[in-house]
Design a protein around this ligand. Structure first.
Ligand code: MGD
Ligand code: MGD
Ligand code: MO
Length: 764
């Protein structure tokens, strides 16, 4: 039996419902409500004048990179400011006037804070100085920076093996911080580098590497206006990548078509009123989606197979629907794919995916005639048991059409965190890379470890079992982001030491190890002694980011400084690397990156202005490093769920008012939900058939490995979602996902197809 976790770990604290208002979902994104919401959030948190000044510097060439998503900036940013409503909310969170300081922690014990909602915890404000939670204490107390570094060094020295330490990275860290962190971790002696990517696009990385030889997307922003068809599958850009809507608008203006594949009809994909254009503010906006395929959760492979099977039928009849030349010159496995498709029954596929046959035919007709196709995707494909195969099936379609390595076409995994891709490029990964190790050895003279490290899921299990004892996080909110909340909380609590380098207070600071440290750091918007850092966007372009605002407190340190000091304190002079100097001199870090990795020549110089692209073999249509020198078609199976009659498939998604575990507000405007997060969307017929009433309160219950996991008190909302499917927000629902439920090959927690039952009994 697990012992109950002593602090509250529910994202909604002690659950009591606030006033929920439900309206019809919005039929368009942005426009005046978008601008209004943006200004409300920023002016409430950090003052209207200061906010407008900050927003105007965002994503400009001399400004800072938006800490929101990783969508790229256009070559010519809009003079009105290159930002979106949710970018504005991200800025409001960071530039808030509220402070978590000595008085705060004197007043509030860790136990007390744990009863607050994630929303309240986040709104407490910016952390002002380093704090320590000593063994047995329930209050964080201030600690000197140097003493904090000594606590870390001492705990690391006490370990029997470097593999007893875990070093997590969230995707907001700069390339400079991430490179230095990875360098220190390897010099220390482990590859235990779980990162947020493990919970996010790991499935994309695995699938794309195996099929196309690079774990990143192949398109650039300029491909969108040229595309004939853009497919958006498993992604909600209106909320999570709002600036992508401008790119889709350009595609539409040039006559391109948009196909959306999603269990929900997300408003952001219906119609877009561009807030950066007068016509967008006053006019009707642009209709984006031409064909909407309302697929059942996790049945994308069935749908894609059906589309390809019908295309293959036309091919067999002599219609030129595939790019024969591309297929024979550049790919491997075409005939095997055709043979595999032949083995499937159309009616079975149709039934599984739940999409109207005529809609599928319209899609086939469109795809048959076009050859410049982009496929965009995000968590709706990656966070399933067959996440890797979901993406391989998309690659199959693109390869059939010769839609890789040419303008206006390609793969577009839309990244989450603003620098998650850059962190990987500069060395944050738990796998061993021989070339990287060799290169680090040549440049720095030490022997990096060659044992595979732990990813997020495995790291949690190691901490739970007592095999890992020190946990360090460069950003993020580990306990709330990971699955199986109670298990993960226990894993962290089992540690001797947990360290969080953070801007703001979050639940991970409360699920502390025997000793816990919070090390406060500068945000993207803040001045860093005239230094700049660099980041890589979703399309592989590296560019600078420089904050201008006065830091939230004079005691903050930058992430590279913190990492440099941890390393310096640990090695205490017994290292050939001058860690302190490296941590303070970002030009020097960039010089070292360019010595270790290819593609970063004249790094500091080239990252100024609009930046530079890293090499991308798929973009060039070069598959020479793959087996036989060719891109690979894949044979994928159908997902299977073995549902019992009263089982539902639940997807856990983001509301419009959150950034991952940071809750900006209580509304999900586009879906018509106001004032409450504990809601679950259900098909109206399913509700009638099972005699559920709108807003009835129920528990969601999962039962994996004979263990019941329960997310308590959700209000049922009738919604346009396929029968048998449910949708609710994370992190509230992470308690339902067992730690050992993750995608094949990528180990990404299965957050989008959780099997649950509905229990209404506790509430009459
Ligand atoms: N404002 C804001 N921006 C963000 C974030 C945020 O929280 N807030 N998070 C950032 C991060 S880290 C990431 S990874 C991205 C996430 O960006 P998204 O992946 O867009 O985020 P989710 O809310 O998880 O949305 C998943 C979408 O996939 C659909 N979906 C779920 N299951 C399936 C399925 O089986 N098949 C199909 N076809 N669709 C499915 C859902 O209906 C939903 O529209 O956004 C980034 N940007
Ligand atoms: N059920 C379910 N679970 C999911 C998902 C899902 O769709 N469903 N999505 C998954 C995905 S895609 C991801 S990426 C993960 C996200 O996992 P994480 O990256 O771990 O979580 P975040 O909520 O983005 O982290 C927020 C915290 O980062 C800190 N922070 C913010 N800015 C900075 C900064 O500039 N520097 C530093 N050092 N710290 C900073 C703040 O303290 C803030 O509290 O969650 C995953 N979990
Ligand atoms: Mo993510």
């Amino acid at each position: 039996m697990d012992k109950p976790f002593k602090r509250n770990i529910s994202a909604t604290g002690d659950i009591s419902f606030s006033t929920l208002t439900v309206t019809e979902p919005s039929d368009y994104a942005a426009g005046i409500p978008g601008i209004k919401a943006a200004l409300e959030h920023v002016s409430k948190e950090s003052g209207l004048f200061r906010s407008i000044k900050t927003l105007s510097q965002m994503n400009q060439k001399e400004g800072f990179d938006c800490p929101g998503c990783a969508w790229p900036d256009p070559e010519k940013p809009s003079k009105l400011g290159e930002y979106c409503e949710n970018g504005a909310k991200a800025i409001a969170e960071e530039t808030t006037f509220e402070r978590v300081d000595r008085e705060f922690f004197k007043k509030h014990s860790v136990e007390e804070i744990s009863t607050w909602t994630d929303y309240q915890i986040g709104k407490s404000g910016r952390i002002t100085e380093p704090f320590i939670l000593r063994p047995g204490s329930v209050h964080y107390e201030p600690i000197d920076w140097e003493d904090a570094f000594k606590v870390i060094a001492k705990n690391l020295h006490m370990l029997h093996s470097p593999d007893e330490a875990i070093f997590y990275t969230s995707g907001r860290s700069s390339n400079e911080a991430a490179f230095l962190y990875g360098l220190f971790i390897r010099a220390f002696g482990t590859n235990n580098m779980p990162d947020c990517s493990n919970m996010c696009h790991e499935s994309s990385g695995v699938a794309l590497t195996e099929t196309l030889g690079i774990g990143k997307g192949s398109v650039v922003l300029d491909d969108f206006p040229e595309a004939e068809v853009v497919v958006i599958i498993g992604q909600n850009p209106g909320t999570n990548h709002p600036r992508m809507l401008s790119a889709l608008q350009k595609c539409k203006e040039n006559g391109g078509k948009i196909i959306t594949i999603n269990p929900l009809s997300e408003s952001g994909l219906n119609r877009f009123k561009n807030p950066q254009e007068v016509s967008g503010i006053l006019g009707k906006g642009t209709t984006l989606t031409d064909i909407f395929l309302q697929v059942k959760i996790n049945q994308d492979v069935s749908l894609l197979k059906l589309i390809m099977k019908r295309l293959a039928g036309r091919h067999k009849n002599g219609e030129k629907v595939f790019d024969g030349e591309f297929i024979s010159e550049k790919t491997h496995g075409f005939h095997e794919l055709l043979k595999d498709l032949e083995g499937y029954d159309e009616n079975q596929l149709l039934q599984l995916c739940g999409v109207d046959s005529n809609q599928i035919e319209a899609t086939v007709e469109l795809l048959a005639k076009k050859s410049k196709i982009i496929i965009c995707w995000a968590m709706g494909l990656t966070q399933h048991k067959n996440g890797v195969e979901n993406i391989k099936e998309c690659v199959n379609l693109l390869l059939l059409k010769g839609s890789i390595g040419k303008k206006g076409a390609g793969t577009c995994p839309v990244r989450g965190h603003s620098n998650v891709q850059g962190d990987r490029s500069v060395g944050i990964m738990h796998h061993v890379s021989e070339p990287l190790n060799k290169s680090l050895h040549n440049v720095f003279g030490f022997e990096p470890p060659n044992k595979e490290g732990l990813d997020t899921v495995n790291a949690i299990q190691a901490m739970y079992e007592g095999e890992a004892k020190v946990f360090v996080a460069l950003g993020g909110n580990f306990v709330s982001a990971a699955s199986d909340t109670a298990y993960t909380a226990q894993a962290l609590e089992n540690c001797d030491l947990t360290v969080s380098v953070s801007t703001k207070l979050n639940r991970t600071h409360l699920t502390a190890g025997k000793t816990a440290l919070i090390l406060p750091t500068l945000g993207r918007t803040e001045q860093d002694k005239e230094r700049f850092v660099t980041v890589e966007n979703s399309m592989g372009k590296v560019h600078q980011s420089k904050g201008r605002l006065q830091p939230a407190s004079e005691y903050l340190k930058s992430e590279p400084e913190i990492v440099g000091s941890i390393a310096d304190s640990y090695f205490g002079g017994n290292s050939t690397i001058d860690w302190k100097t490296l941590g303070s001199d970002y030009d020097l870090i960039r010089e070292k990156i360019s010595e270790v990795l290819s593609g970063y020549k004249d790094y500091s110089q080239r990252s100024k202005g609009s930046g530079f692209y890293l090499n991308n073999n798929a973009r060039e249509g070069d598959f020479s490093k793959l087996p036989g020198g060719k891109a690979q078609f894949s044979i994928c199976g159908l997902p299977s769920h073995n549902l019992e009659e009263d089982d539902f498939v639940l997807m856990t998604v983001r509301s419009h008012d959150q950034f991952n575990t940071t809750i900006y507000g209580m509304n999900d405007r586009y879906r018509g939900i106001y004032g409450e997060r504990r809601v679950v969307f259900m098909n109206p017929d399913d509700m009638t058939n099972r005699q559920f009433a709108p807003q009835q309160v129920v528990d969601l219950v999962s039962n994996y490995d004979g263990k019941e996991r329960r997310a308590k008190k959700f209000k049922l909302i009738p919604y346009n979602i396929p029968s048998g499917n449910l949708c609710a927000y994370f992190p509230e629902t992470n308690v339902l996902v067992p730690i050992n439920l993750y995608a094949d090959k990528s180990n990404t927690p299965v957050s989008k197809s959780v099997i649950v039952k509905i229990d209404a009994k506790p509430y009459g």
